[in-house]
Design a protein around this ligand. Structure first.
Ligand code: SF4
Ligand code: SF4
Length: 300
């Protein structure tokens, strides 16, 4: 049984050869305020972001996803002619993270997955005869990081739980699976079209633009989503991400799970108009009743 060791890690190239550790492997490490290397890791960054990281950070900063991408990130190619990733942009003319301050990380509660994991690297792998990916880990040992000399020891699973990465990994699993599938499909799928690369980028990283796309008439004319599902998807960034992974599996790999409309263009247009009018009417009614109660309103 052969194995495809596919590194879909959102982490920079490690100076260490991947060890493929399991979650019960032990890690001697502690990062603490007052340690002599405080902020050394954040002074020279190479932080790749997951879709979940982008949602957390753009929500924290109160900006739209496209503004976050424009102001705080740079795109990079995960592989030649392949799908793109996104990295944190360092300070102008330097290498330090823009969120670093003398106290540490100014966005600590919403820090990216890679920052939470460090000095552990996540390696997603999939065997050729399996459809589910497996997670392995490697330890990154860099000279500047003195945390490895601290006396605290725990398992990698305990460290992951302590750093709050479990929920992040769950929400980003669909994205990692898409990357694995793309990498393992290789030349049989062929070079992806410019359009499919753009769709991947928008769907995974620019969630607010993807929301507008899903809410658009042209999307509604192609796909048939029940009202409730459409509404639930549009009001929640994380639901939208999960729907986006599904959408990409359908568009890129032909795994159909979103019903397509089969009626004529005119019929589709009429049905979409009718659905949009119904949703707008319901939203207006909700707004009116919430105004009466002094509650919040979520615009779809
Ligand atoms: S986001 Fe925070 S933890 Fe991550 S590199 Fe920047 S300052 Fe450091
Ligand atoms: S111990 Fe390592 S992770 Fe912590 S501040 Fe120092 S270099 Fe960064």
């Amino acid at each position: 049984m052969s194995e495809l060791p596919i590194d879909s890690s959102p982490f920079p190239q490690s100076p260490v050869t991947p060890e493929s550790l399991e979650g019960d492997a032990r890690l001697q490490f502690q990062c603490r305020k007052g340690i002599a290397c405080w902020n050394a890791c954040c002074s020279n960054i190479d932080i790749a972001l997951t879709p979940v990281d982008i949602v957390r950070l753009k929500q924290r900063l109160g900006v739209a996803s496209w503004e976050f991408l424009r102001d705080y990130t740079v795109p990079y190619e995960m592989e030649k002619d392949g799908i793109a990733g996104v990295k944190l942009k360092p300070v102008e003319g330097g290498t330090a993270c823009r969120f670093m301050n003398p106290e540490g990380c100014s966005v600590y509660e919403d820090r990216p997955t890679a920052c939470r994991y460090y000095p552990v690297a996540l390696l997603s792998m999939r065997r050729q005869d399996e459809v589910v990916d497996r997670q392995y880990y490697a330890i990154v040992r860099e000279d500047h990081c003195l945390g490895h000399q601290e006396p605290r020891t725990q398992t990698i699973d305990e460290y992951r739980a302590e750093q709050g990465v479990v929920a992040y990994d769950d929400l980003a699993r669909g994205w990692r699976q898409l990357i694995l599938k793309k990498k393992s499909s290789g030349p049989t799928i062929g070079k992806p079209s410019k359009r499919s690369l753009e769709l991947f980028f928008m769907t995974c990283y620019d969630v607010d633009r993807f929301r507008s796309f899903v809410a658009s008439e042209s999307f509604g004319q192609m796909f048939e989503l029940p009202d409730e599902e459409l509404r639930d998807t549009l009001v929640d960034d994380y639901a939208l991400l999960q729907f986006g992974y599904r959408f990409l599996r359908q568009v890129l790999f032909g795994e159909v799970s979103i019903p397509m409309r089969s009626d004529s263009v005119e019929q589709r247009r009429a049905r979409v108009h009718e659905q949009r009018a119904r949703l707008e009417r319901e939203a207006a009614e909700r707004l009116a009743s919430e105004d009466d109660e002094g509650g919040a309103y979520v615009d779809i």
